[in-house]
Design a protein around this ligand. Structure first.
Ligand code: IMP
Ligand code: MG
Length: 186
């Protein structure tokens, strides 16, 4: 079985149809703008970028190649998502080997939905006596966000719809798409 078929711009991933939503050009300019802001605001901070896998891999690759200030990069995993709605529970953080004590850490997320995932990472970093935490996400769903703390860098604000592509998946599929698609209602 082919996991993906194309019909007039729409794509099928497993049992669901998605339509084109955010083009490569729109994503590119949002990412470039975020990088420029970070290069300016974090220039004296020697930050540690923590990329939240799996969804952030493509965004992180495009963002971090535009970061020109001294920085370190690490990758973690903390999965909370199944199907098309947030489960509300989060697991432990795996893969953080760096000492974050007194450092400026920037969490790199693909999307912030309810905020549960980013809050959990935030808590863990504070338990490890992090100096300062900044949060960066390509996509932000303000209507779904239930937390108080600031999202310091957000690329594109989107409605509370399910999206795939550019790293984001539906049940493991769609991460390879170079642009972003939204679940088609029809
Ligand atoms: P939160 O914990 O509810 O903020 O959800 C964050 C995580 O859920 C993200 O890192 C994604 O992995 C996943 N997620 C949230 N919304 C979407 C979506 O629209 N498409 C694909 N994954 C999503
Ligand atoms: Mg994610």
């Amino acid at each position: 079985m082919q996991p993906m078929t194309t019909t007039i711009g729409k794509i099928q991933l497993k049992d669901k149809v998605f339509r084109p939503y955010l083009s490569e050009e729109i994503i590119f300019s949002a990412v470039a703008e975020m990088a420029e802001k970070m290069n300016h605001e974090l220039r004296d901070k020697n930050p540690l970028f923590i990329v939240v896998l799996n969804g952030s891999f493509m965004f992180a690759s495009d963002l971090l190649r535009r970061i020109s200030i001294p920085c370190a990069i690490s990758f973690i995993k903390l999965s909370s998502y199944e199907g098309t709605s947030s489960s509300g529970s989060v697991n432990q953080l795996i893969g953080l080997n760096e000492n974050v004590k007194n450092r400026t850490v920037v969490i790199i997320e693909d999307i912030v939905d309810s905020g549960n995932t980013i809050e959990r990472i935030y808590q863990i970093l504070h338990e490890l006596e992090v100096g300062e935490v900044k949060t960066a996400t390509l996509l932000f769903k303000p209507d779904a966000y239930k937390k108080q703390f600031a999202i310091d860098y957000s690329g594109l604000k989107i409605p509370n719809d399910f999206v795939v592509g550019y790293g984001l998946d539906y049940d493991g599929f769609g991460r390879n798409l170079p642009s972003i698609y939204v679940l088609d209602s029809e």
